[in-house]
Design a protein around this ligand. Structure first.
Ligand code: FAD
Length: 350
């Protein structure tokens, strides 16, 4: 077991930002990341997701994000950028290291991982959501003889050429999948609620209002909900063209899955070779279970980035900070809070 001041778990936007500020303030720490290389969740995003097709990536602190070629895969560009950043700043990243559990070890938190255990005064959790795709359950799911996959498994449209794909979900990922797959295959789009397309530009005030709402939820110990989903679906030229082709004619959720497709309550059915669940992600925090953080409302109650039930733990890139800009702010706030706590605790060393 190694003694250390702080452990940061996850080297995405939030974890790298936290590590940058811990390093600047002289806090001895390690950054444990289960990825096989730099890039956080971005390195796993589907190759056909181009830089020009994402909302926008906020630069990491003390650096510039200067890539301008919107045609390059976002996964490749961000992995390169994060890799350069880690290297140039000599951040203490260890990978691949998977954290299996964080436990209360009395005076310190014990971080158990595939590379051993660290006993830390503070832990900053920055594990994102990518490792925890959300799959809803529908009757008949086991009977389907075609392929079921989630956005997390999607690699691009080619493998569906000539097939029929049912895309489930009302968010931006679902629309991106439909735009691509409909070029090579038949598609059906189903969502629980009618999707909200908008011409309006998303203003900074809208962003602040969305973050404030998620912040209110985590303060109250409720599950956070999504910051990025409130933007609505932009009416881009590609979306308008797809609508002309009928690709975005959305159907309500089916009632059940059959051996060869999906069926609605009114007796209509659609044959399908594949069902693509673009149904989002949940925080990847199974390793925090031993800390019993869940509030009665079902979420983790936070005060800023600090867990109310375990004040030595901070969550960043979680809830209100689950965007690249939010991750930057939260990583900084958590690192400064950890520094203040450690300075304080040095007068009572453990
Ligand atoms: P991640 O990037 O997910 O990094 C988490 C890291 O933790 C990963 O490296 C992972 O391997 C590691 N990890 C996880 N579990 C463990 C463990 N147990 N032990 C060790 N390591 C672990 N936001 C924007 O601002 N702009 C956009 O354009 C945008 N586009 C998006 C597109 C998609 C398809 C999705 C799903 C999200 C998008 N977002 C966007 C949201 C954005 O990606 C995230 O909010 C932000 O990048 C997440 O950063 P993060 O550091 O919190 O997590």
């Amino acid at each position: 077991m190694q003694l250390i001041d702080a452990v940061v778990i996850g080297a995405g936007q939030a974890g790298l930002t936290a590590s940058y500020h811990l390093q600047r303030t002289g806090i001895d720490h390690v950054l444990l990341d289960r990825g096989s290389g730099p890039g956080g969740a971005w390195r796993n995003r589907w190759p056909s997701l181009r830089l020009g097709g994402v909302h926008g990536i906020h630069a990491l602190p003390g650096s510039e994000f200067s890539e301008t070629d919107g045609e390059r895969p976002a996964a490749e560009v961000v992995a390169e950028y994060f890799g350069r950043y880690e290297h140039e700043l000599a951040l203490p990243v260890l990978r691949p290291v998977k954290v299996d559990a964080v436990r209360d070890g009395g005076e310190r938190l014990l971080v158990e991982s595939s590379a051993g255990t660290w006993a830390a005064r503070a832990v900053i959790n920055a594990t994102g959501t990518w490792e925890n795709p959300f799959w809803p359950h529908y009757p008949g799911q086991q009977e389907f003889t075609g392929r079921q996959l989630h956005t997390a498994d999607y690699r691009g449209p080619e493998e569906f050429r000539g097939q029929h794909v049912v895309v489930v979900g009302g968010g931006i990922s679902a629309v991106e999948h439909l735009l691509e797959i409909s070029q090579v295959a038949g598609t059906t789009w189903v969502t629980r609620r009618p999707p909200h397309f908008t011409d309006a530009t998303f203003t900074p005030e809208d962003g602040r209002a969305a973050v404030a709402e998620v912040e209110r939820r985590v303060r109250a110990g409720l599950p956070p909900g999504s910051v990025v989903s409130v933007t609505g679906l932009p009416n881009s030229p590609a979306v308008l063209a797809a609508r002309e082709r009928g690709v975005l004619d959305r159907l309500p959720m089916f009632q059940r899955i059959t051996a060869d497709g999906v069926a609605w309550a009114d007796g209509t059915a659609q044959r399908a070779d594949a069902i693509l669940w673009a149904t989002g992600f949940r925080p990847a925090i199974a390793h925090l279970a031993p800390l019993n953080l869940r509030a009665p409302g079902g979420g983790i109650q936070l005060d800023g980035t600090r867990a109310v039930a375990e004040p030595r733990l901070h969550l960043v890139g979680y809830g209100p900070s689950a965007s690249t800009i939010g991750a930057n702010r939260a990583g900084r706030a958590a690192a400064h809070a950890v520094r203040a706590e450690i300075k304080n605790s040095l007068s009572h060393p453990v």
